[in-house]
Structure formats: structure tokens, C-alpha cells
Design a protein around this ligand. Structure first.
Ligand code: B1M
Length: 210
């Protein structure tokens, strides 16, 4: 669809106002929010990632594209979140220590809200002890750890170990996800769940509670 490929190109170019405009137009034209994500915003970000990896563009351009992505996601937010009357559960989420990537985590949080979860978002670069403190402060059913960097994966394991040491492991289900995370890794570090994408994360969160 030309509108969605224009949106992907606007994201690649980091043109925030055009991303906002085209996202809103796609909604007006009754394109599904999931289609806008997949064929517009994700498609554009895939190209940004590939160009970053090959050294064709640098961090400032990636950051500008990320800001445009956030702007598009904010327009989609109310369409992705359709809360039910009763909260499905409380879900604490954060990006692990050392890692500042938050676009995927934010999307997971939106999808969880869409399934009726109350989401407590601890942000990025969250050390294990902050996750532990958040579990003490809130009666959460689920905890989600996101990581996009291979070098921050060990902090997922350290966070789970800190939760065990605090005596809180039996009171919460833990889900992990993000680019370098695999199901095998999730099993290896003793997580209860893993999801490769935001939609599956929300579905698996409900399944973990049942
Ligand atoms: Co970074 N970066 N980055 N970056 N960056 C990657 C991740 C990278 C793959 C790029 C590359 O080389 N091709 C690479 C990591 C390689 C690796 O370790 N395996 C990389 C690198 C190396 C770095 C720096 C080290 C670069 C440097 O400084 N030399 C640096 C690290 C900074 C830090 O964190 N300490 C860095 C910085 C940045 C920016 C700040 C510029 C920016 C982040 C902005 C932000 O997030 N606010 C950025 C970006 C944007 C990317 C890419 C291009 C895009 C990531 C993204 O947002 N994707 C990325 C390349 C790529 O992924 N193609 C890259 C869109 C998002 C919707 O997808 O986050 O995968 P994703 O989330 C998905 C799933 O993973 C899953 O659901 C989401 C939606 O479907 N998911 C979960 C995520 N969390 C989940 C949790 C769950 C379940 C599912 O349960 C709890």
C-alpha cells in the first residue's frame, strides 16, 4: 500500500511530523493499527537497523528515527489499548541494566494494557535491585524484562537471581524478550515465559496467569 510505504520511508528519514501525519491518515483510511505497525513503522525501522549495522548511518540518525517511531506509536496508542473493566493483573516491566532501548518495551506495555493489564513501567537501564524493590512495592503477578543488546543479556539472569535471593520468586511469573533473547536462553536463566514480539507477549502473559 503506497501510504504505508511512504510511512516507512518517512520513518527511515526520521521525519517526525510526516510520520505523525501519515500514521493519522492511515487510521482515517481504516488501515488496522497492526498493519500500520508492521508495514509502516516496523518496515522503516528494519531499514534503519540494517543501515546502522552496515555503517551507512550513525547513532544520531537512529535516534532521530526512534523519536519519529515514538511519535507514530503515540498516535496508535489509543487504538492498540482497549482496556477491559477489570484489570487482568499487574505487570511490572523494564529494560535491564545497561540497556537504553525502549521502543519494543513500550510496545509490549501498550499491548499488555490492551489485554487489560495494569502496567508499571520502570523505564530503561533498570538495575536488578530496582526490579526487586518494585516487586516489594506492588502486588504484581508478572514481571517483564526487555533487552536488545547481547552484552546486557547477563543482567536478565542477574535480575532473576536477585529476585530469588529476595525470596520473591514464587510470588511472580517472569517473562523475557527482546532482539537477542531466545526461548532456549529464557529456559536457561529460569524465566517462566518468553515472547518474540509484543502481541505474543500479551497473549503469553494472560496464559501465564491461567
Ligand atoms: Co541500538 N542496537 N544501540 N540504538 N538499535 C540495536 C539493537 C542493534 C541490533 C543494531 C545493529 O547493530 N544492527 C545493536 C545490538 C547488537 C547486539 O548486541 N545484538 C545495537 C547497538 C550495538 C547499539 C549501541 C551499542 C550502539 C553504540 O553505541 N555503538 C547503543 C547502545 C545504547 C545502550 O542501550 N546502552 C545503541 C543505541 C541505540 C539508540 C539510542 C540510538 C536507539 C534506541 C532508541 C530507543 O530505544 N529509545 C537504537 C535503536 C533504535 C536500534 C535499532 C535500530 C532498532 C531497535 C528498535 O527499536 N526496534 C536496533 C536494530 C534492530 O533491532 N533492527 C538496534 C523496533 C522495536 C519495535 O523492536 O525493540 O526488537 P524490538 O522489540 C520487539 C521484540 O524484540 C519484542 O517485542 C517488540 C515488539 O514486537 N520485545 C519483547 C522487546 N522487549 C520484549 C519484552 C518481552 C517480550 C517481547 O517480555 C517482557
Amino acid at each position: 500500500m503506497p501510504l504505508l510505504s511512504d510511512l516507512a520511508h518517512a520513518l527511515e528519514a526520521g521525519d517526525r511530523s510526516r510520520v505523525e501525519d501519515l500514521t493519522a491518515r492511515a487510521l482515517q483510511e481504516n488501515v488496522s493499527p497492526e498493519g500500520i505497525l508492521r508495514e509502516g513503522l516496523f518496515a522503516g525501522m528494519d531499514v534503519v537497523g540494517a543501515r546502522f549495522k552496515s555503517g551507512d548511518i550513525y547513532i544520531p540518525q537512529v535516534l532521530i528515527a526512534a523519536r519519529a517511531m515514538h511519535a507514530g506509536l503515540e498516535i496508535l496508542r489509543p487504538h492498540l489499548i482497549r482496556t477491559g473493566a477489570k484489570p487482568a493483573g499487574i505487570f511490572i516491566i523494564g529494560t535491564v541494566q545497561g540497556d537504553h532501548h525502549d521502543i519494543g518495551k513500550n510496545l509490549v506495555a501498550m499491548m499488555l494494557q490492551g489485554k487489560g493489564f495494569e502496567v508499571i513501567d520502570l523505564g530503561v537501564n533498570v538495575p536488578p535491585e530496582r526490579f526487586v524493590q518494585a516487586l516489594r512495592d506492588h502486588e504484581a503477578n508478572l514481571l517483564g524484562l526487555s533487552a536488545l543488546l547481547s552484552i546486557t543479556l547477563p543482567f536478565m539472569k542477574e535480575t532473576i537471581e536477585a529476585i530469588c535471593r529476595a525470596g520473591l520468586r514464587d510470588s511472580v511469573k517472569i517473562m523475557v524478550g527482546g532482539g537477542p533473547v531466545t526461548r532456549a536462553f529464557a529456559d536457561q536463566i529460569g524465566a517462566d515465559g518468553y515472547a518474540p514480539d509484543a502481541t505474543t507477549a500479551a497473549e503469553n502473559a494472560l496464559a501465564l496467569l491461567s
